[in-house]
Write a protein that binds this ligand. Structure first.
Ligand SMILES: Cc1cc2nc3c(=O)[nH]c(=O)nc-3n(C[C@H](O)[C@H](O)[C@H](O)COP(=O)(O)O)c2cc1C
Length: 170
């Protein structure tokens, strides 16, 4: 499948089957995250993979996973990330977002549903998963087999700003 077709087909899934995600499938998702680019190749990202009912329940106590049976908590290590010397910009969260996006698209390619979550209680998540101070939970990628109707791949015609508004040739 062409990349653009895959990207158009992907949509946030907020209803999941009870079926759990096979470990081998999760490993392919994680591999897509592993190979993602990061600033200066510093790789300041650590992934906590909740894939058992117990660990998923811990994540659920801090976030609405919409019934997903797996969740990857994407953590950034700010001290390990590249910093722009001009102004101190730290690339940790950008790097974490690229890793998340790679995994989200790989999930789609494997027939998994997903939803990217930023609305969670970070303190609660830290406590539940015993996340050390040097890691900052940035995103959660909820994963599972979708229980909702597939989204129309042409929906972006209405749901995204037109190209002329998004980009200008200079
Ligand atoms: C950075 C980021 C944070 C998001 N946080 C949430 C969230 O906390 N809860 C949620 O239901 N969806 C969340 N989403 C999903 C967006 O709402 C969704 O991607 C957007 O509305 C476009 O819809 P689509 O994914 O179906 O194309 C988030 C997406 C991104 C990229």
């Amino acid at each position: 499948m062409e990349f653009l077709d895959l990207a158009k087909r992907r949509a946030s899934v907020r209803a999941y089957q009870k079926r759990s995600v096979e470990r081998a499938v999760l490993e392919q998702v994680l591999e897509a995250g592993r190979i993602a680019p990061t600033a200066c190749n510093r790789q300041p990202v650590h992934l906590l993979v909740a894939h058992t009912p117990e660990s998923v329940a811990k994540v659920c106590s801090a976030a609405n996973l919409y019934g997903a049976t797996a969740a990857i908590v994407v953590c950034a290590a700010r001290a390990q990330a590249w910093v722009r010397s001009y102004d101190g910009f730290n690339a940790a969260e950008t790097d974490a977002a690229i890793v998340t996006d790679h995994m989200m698209l790989q999930a789609e390619a494997l027939g998994l549903g997903s939803v990217w979550l930023c609305y969670f209680d970070p303190d609660k998540l830290r406590r539940e998963l015993q996340i050390p101070d040097e890691l900052e939970p940035v995103n959660i990628l909820a994963l599972g087999y979708s229980a909702q109707e597939a989204a129309d791949p042409e929906r972006h015609k209405n749901l995204r700003v037109p190209l002329e508004q998004l980009a200008e040739f200079i």
